[in-house]
Ligand binder design. Sequence first.
Ligand code: NAD
Length: 252
Amino acid sequence: MSRPLAGKRALITGSSQGVGLATAHLFAQQGAEVILHGNQTLAQAEQAARDIGSNALGALKADLSAPGAGRGLYEAALERAHGRIDILVNNAGIHWATPLDASDTEWDNLWATTLQVNLMAVADLCRAALPGMVAAGGGSIINIASRAGYRGEDREHMAYGASKGAVLSLTKTIARQWGADGIYAYALAPGWIDTRMGPQAEADRERARAEIPIGDLAQPGEIAAMCAFLASGACRSATGSCIDINGASYVR
Ligand code: NAD
C-alpha cells in the first residue's frame, strides 16, 4: 500500500468504533501516526491502539459532552504528538432523538447535549488546533457532518440536523479564513453508514436500503477512504467543500 500520510500526525475523535476506528486504521496503514480517542468506549480505543502498533501514539479519554473537553483533548493529544498535529478529524457525534413531546427539561437537555458534542466540541477542537497548525505552516481539518446538515432530518432528530448544518458552516468559514495560512478544511456529509449509529434491526436496514439508489448503506471504510484522500493533500483545492457520501439518496 502507498503511504501518502507518512510523516503526518492525526487526532481522530471517536475512534473507538465505527467511522473513527476505520479512519484510524487506514491513516496508520497509509503511514500517519494516530492518536485515538474514546469516552465510555476508551477500552476499545486502547485496544485499537495496540492493534495498530507503533503508528499509534496512544488513546485518550474525553467526554465531549462536557464544556471545555474539546480543548483539553486537543492539548493532551498535542503532548502525545510531541507538539505537532497535522490532521484533525472531528468524527465523534451523537444522534439523539429530540421529540416535540419531550418535557421542557428533557428538550433543553437533549438539545444542549447534542449541540455540545456535535458542534461546540468541534468548534473547541478547531479553536485549539488552528494557532498551532498556522504556526507550523499548515494543517488539515476534516469534520464529519451529515446529509441531514443540508437536507434536514426527520421529526425526531431536529437537533442532530441543526448541529450538523452548523458544522458545515463552521468548516466553510475555516476554509475561507485560514486558507492563506495553509489550513485546509473539509466536511463530509454521509447518509446512512453501517455503524452502531445506523439502522440495526433488519426491517430498518431494509427501509434504509430502499431509499438508496445503489441499494446499500455506506461502509465505515468508505468514509475513512475519503478522509485519507483529503488528508493526503492530493486535492487541496477542494478545501471548503462538503463531500456527499450517500449512494445518491439525496442529490443536491
Ligand atoms: P458510532 O456511534 O459508532 O460512533 C460515534 C463515536 O462518537 C463513538 O466513537 C463514540 O465514542 C463517540 N462519542 C459519542 N459521544 C461522545 C462523547 N460524549 N464524548 C466523546 N466521544 C463521544 O457512529 P459513527 O457512524 O461511527 O459516527 C461517526 C460520525 O459519523 C458521527 O459524527 C456521525 O454523526 C456521523 N454520521 C453517521 C451516520 C450513520 O448513519 N452512522 C450518518 C451520517 C453521519
